[in-house]
Design a protein around this ligand. Structure first.
Ligand code: UDP
Ligand code: MG
Length: 312
């Protein structure tokens, strides 16, 4: 009998969890030949999420949970879930029902009948219900990311996926502190089958992502999976050396032909500001990579557990 682990990262999801649980129960009664476990990761929720999970655990042995000591972010929750799951197949799913749990049945169908695939991943065909500005920047981000990184990041991909144990083990090998899952899933390789579904709005509660939050997250992604921005600094360096060489030639020629007049103070100031700005910009890029390296070398744990169903 195959065992399926469903991992659910939860941060302030007390309102959504009962709906999700109901759907999960529907799914399991639809798949009587498979064993299930539901691994809830409570990512330092400030509401009653943990109590809701504990109540579910009381009535259902298949419910397991890991509760963090504080909010460590969804990436950490995903890692903890993968680490604590015991199934032959592992599924990641959002708590807010934006990922229809019933699809897990189809996903299992695909993997159990087709040896060729190791993972079934989902993407949404549209971004219905999302602010247009957000969609615009998200699209630009995916374009840029795929241009400057060797790792493929699929536009519209959700974290909702279904994997074989083997792929999960590979993901766990990547124990880096700055985790960008969309990149990590691509980086480990394996054969992924993509399926699409219509965007669904969350059933209850609120999204945890602000526009700024998403913007910073996209920069994290770029830093984690591409070193191309570092080339920008070298590129500017070469470009400006070249320009200054030409300017020197022009000035020497001008002085020899027309004599030496001191002029051009305003243009000089502009150039100083311009070059200064570019230098700070490049230093900033360097600084970003340095700070990531700094955080990695500290080797801090990705998450800290406060309690689990075993220790409760
Ligand atoms: N989440 C989490 N930790 C966080 C933020 C979010 O575990 O710090 C979970 C959240 O509970 C949900 C999933 O990640 O199950 C997706 O979050 P959300 O729905 O807010 O993101 P969106 O769907 O708007 O991208
Ligand atoms: Mg959501």
């Amino acid at each position: 009998m195959d065992k399926i682990s469903v991992i659910i990262p939860c941060y302030n999801e007390e309102q959504a969890l009962p709906f999700l649980y109901e759907e999960l129960v529907k799914l399991t009664s639809d798949m009587p030949d498979q064993e299930f476990e539901f691994v809830f990761i409570n990512d330092g929720s400030k509401d009653k999420t943990l109590s809701v999970i504990k109540a579910l655990r009381k009535q259902d042995e298949r419910v397991r949970y890991v509760s963090f000591s504080r909010n460590f972010g969804k990436e950490a929750a995903i890692y903890a879930g993968l680490k604590n799951s015991t199934g032959d197949y592992i599924s990641l799913i959002d708590a807010d029902l934006q990922d229809p749990p019933i699809l897990i049945k189809d996903m299992y169908q695909i993997l159990s009948t087709d040896e060729e695939y190791d993972c079934v991943a989902t993407r949404r065909v549209n971004r219905k219900g999302e602010p247009p500005v957000r969609s615009f920047f998200a699209k630009r981000f995916y374009k840029l990311m795929n241009k400057i990184s060797d790792t493929e990041v699929v536009d519209g991909a959700r974290d909702f996926r279904f994997m074989r144990r083997q792929m999960v083990e590979a993901i766990l090998e990547l124990s880096e502190y700055n985790r960008f899952s969309k990149g990590i899933f691509g980086w480990v390789g394996f054969n992924t089958k993509w399926i699409s579904f219509e965007n669904v709005e969350r059933v209850a509660g609120q999204t945890k992502w602000s526009f700024i939050g998403l913007f910073l997250y996209s920069i994290e992604g770029i830093l984690a999976f591409s070193t191309r921005p570092l080339y920008i600094a070298s590129g500017f360096g070469i470009l400006f050396c070249f320009i200054s060489f030409i300017m020197i030639c022009i000035i020497i020629a001008k002085t020899l032909i027309w004599g030496d007049d001191v002029q051009g103070y305003p243009s000089q100031i502009c150039i100083i500001f311009f070059i200064g700005g570019i230098q700070l910009f490049c230093l900033g890029i360097l600084g970003q990579y340095l700070s990531k390296t700094y955080l990695e070398t500290k080797r801090r744990p990705i998450y800290i557990v406060r309690e689990t169903e075993k220790k409760a």
